[in-house]
Design a protein around this ligand. Structure first.
Ligand SMILES: NC(=O)c1ccc[n+]([C@@H]2O[C@H](COP(=O)([O-])OP(=O)(O)OC[C@H]3O[C@@H](n4cnc5c(N)ncnc54)[C@H](O)[C@@H]3O)[C@@H](O)[C@H]2O)c1
Length: 259
């Protein structure tokens, strides 16, 4: 597909393996012409991410634990080097909560793990956007996309602290959109229905969630990571030139239902 991202450069945070939503987004951007850069979190997945990056002719700009200011500084500097000082698109597809906090009662979440989930899953967008800003400005503007979930606006059993983190992420999208709009930088979120990934498997009752989703969503069908890829490509492209500070639901309509 010739496309909307010819001559554009994108940094993708959040590829763990070929099932990752970030990977589906990356593939779609590549298909439409983008040049890509990736980070990875931890040696365990380094080889896998390097192989995936190579398969799309992408750069690996280093290891990045989003809790580390040093890691973030290093990978954004490496991105600037790889991309001639600029950047057009940033994909943020990162989240984490301790497995024991994705089952049982939200009420029992301890303080340290509450903040860890918010730090990794929400503050990381702010920290990354701040570092991306000068690179995006160097291109006269750009676009940032993050991944969220309905559990940030409604109580979804088992989603627990991750729902609170997503609410923080959703609000951060709106405040970043306001700040960065002055530089023609757009910031949006995709709220996805259940997709079988590494992160999803750590949520207790994920299979039940999928079953209920298919039963109750107006379109009565599952979705996959490629649906997120297509939506992200739209939000990151000039087709969405006047779209910022919003959440695009890619969930077969599930969010529209009251029962
Ligand atoms: N899978 C779903 O059903 C679904 C639905 C809605 C939203 N989402 C969101 O999509 C995003 C991507 O998740 P996914 O489902 O593709 O799973 P995934 O496990 O493939 O991706 C999660 C990524 O977060 C990264 N990560 C975790 N902690 C990190 C840290 N400290 N520093 C840097 N990176 C870290 C992991 O390395 C991984 O690449 C997440 O924000 C998730 O909440 C997923």
């Amino acid at each position: 597909m010739a496309g909307r991202f010819e001559g554009k450069q994108a940094l993708v945070l959040g590829v763990a393996n070929k099932r990752s939503i970030a990977w589906a987004i990356a593939r779609r951007l590549r298909e439409e012409g983008a040049e890509l850069a990736f980070t990875f979190q931890g040696e365990r997945i380094e080889k896998g991410v390097r192989d995936l990056a190579e398969s799309v002719g992408g750069h690996v700009v280093g290891e990045c634990d989003v809790r580390s200011e040093d890691d973030l500084d290093r990978v954004f500097a490496a991105t600037a080097d790889a991309f001639g000082g600029g950047l057009d698109c940033l994909v943020h597809s990162v989240a984490f909560a301790a497995a024991e906090d994705l089952e049982g009662r939200f009420t029992d979440t301890p303080r340290d793990r509450f903040w860890m989930a918010v730090d990794i899953s929400a503050y990381s967008l702010v920290a990354a956007a701040r570092r991306a800003e000068p690179l995006l400005q160097a291109r006269g503007g750009g676009s940032i996309v993050t991944m969220t979930y309905l559990g940030g606006v409604r109580a979804v059993p088992h989603y627990n602290v991750m729902g609170v983190a997503k609410a923080t992420l959703d609000a951060s999208v709106r405040y970043l959109a306001w700040d960065l709009g002055h530089s023609n930088i757009r910031v949006n979120a995709i709220s996805a229905g259940p997709v079988r990934t590494l992160a999803a498997r750590s949520i207790a009752g994920f299979t039940t969630m999928e079953e209920m989703f298919e039963q109750r969503a107006p379109l009565h069908r599952h979705m996959d990571a490629d649906d997120c890829g297509a939506a992200a490509a739209y939000l990151l492209s000039s087709d969405a030139a006047n779209v910022t500070g919003t959440t695009l639901y890619v969930d077969a309509g599930y969010h529209a239902m009251g029962m």
